[in-house]
Design a protein. Structure first.
Length: 56
């Protein structure tokens, strides 16, 4: 189970900047998480101002 970013994403980039394994990148209308690199640390969820990253 890796984190996924929901449609609540406001494209602020806080999650990508905080990710220790750099598995988050900018998508077309929201940031996306590479599930093969995600270590499920929860840093992105704790950093996001709208709570968009959620455990899948």
């Amino acid at each position: 189970m890796a984190y996924k970013i929901s449609d609540e994403c406001v494209m602020c980039g806080a999650c990508a900047a905080s990710c220790p394994v750099e598995c988050i990148s900018q998508g077309d209308n929201k940031y996306v998480i590479d599930e093969t690199k995600c270590i499920e640390c929860g840093t992105c969820a704790a950093t996001c101002p709208v709570g968009a990253p959620k455990l899948d």
